[in-house]
Design a protein around this ligand. Structure first.
Ligand code: DQA
Length: 165
């Protein structure tokens, strides 16, 4: 009986440890509203790179460092809030987020980042500080570890490289 109980708890420990290990090697990549339209949407501002090209490039770069990417895009604020909580509960501790227009409006996403325990880097494809004044304020950046703006796809890769170091 005792032996069985011990081996059962060893097994549970082992599985839990493996799950945690897998989760530890994942980086969240979250893109907000309208970023599913990249490539088509205002190419003069955002370039012609599509979201799936960005995700593939970040995934390939992450793989070089032994990390997996857990990616998510949504046009709905609440879905992003729920996904941040889900990623946090799964044990993910690192993330890259481009909240897009939610950057300038969403106390909800700010609060979910702040409460997640995930170290996020905020990325913007365009230089939000060189654009309209309503884009100069980010509600989410103060609860992120850093901010990259105006470097397009390279900004996502820079954020990734910072996080894995
Ligand atoms: C953006 C900048 C935001 O101001 C804008 O609303 C976006 C994209 C960027 O990546 O440059 O949708 O986050």
């Amino acid at each position: 009986m005792g032996v069985h109980r011990n081996s059962k708890s060893a097994l549970i420990f082992n599985i839990t440890f493996r799950i945690l290990l897998l989760a530890m090697k994942k980086i969240a990549l979250i893109n907000g509203v309208n970023l599913d339209r990249l490539g088509i949407r205002e190419p003069a501002v955002y370039g012609k790179t599509t979201l799936s090209e960005i995700v593939s490039a970040v995934r390939a770069e992450a793989a070089k460092f032994g990390y997996e990417i857990a990616d998510f895009q949504s046009n709905y604020e609440g879905e992003i809030v729920e996904k941040i909580a889900e990623f946090a509960d799964s044990g993910i501790t690192l993330g890259i987020i481009n909240p897009a227009a939610f950057t300038h409006t969403s106390v909800a996403i700010r609060d979910s980042i702040a409460g997640s325990g995930i170290k996020f880097i905020e990325v913007h494809i365009s230089n939000i500080y060189g654009r309209e004044s309503f884009r100069h304020d980010s509600l989410t950046a103060p609860v992120c570890a850093g901010l990259v703006a105006g470097m397009g796809l390279e900004g996502y890769l820079a954020a990734l490289r910072y996080l894995v170091k």
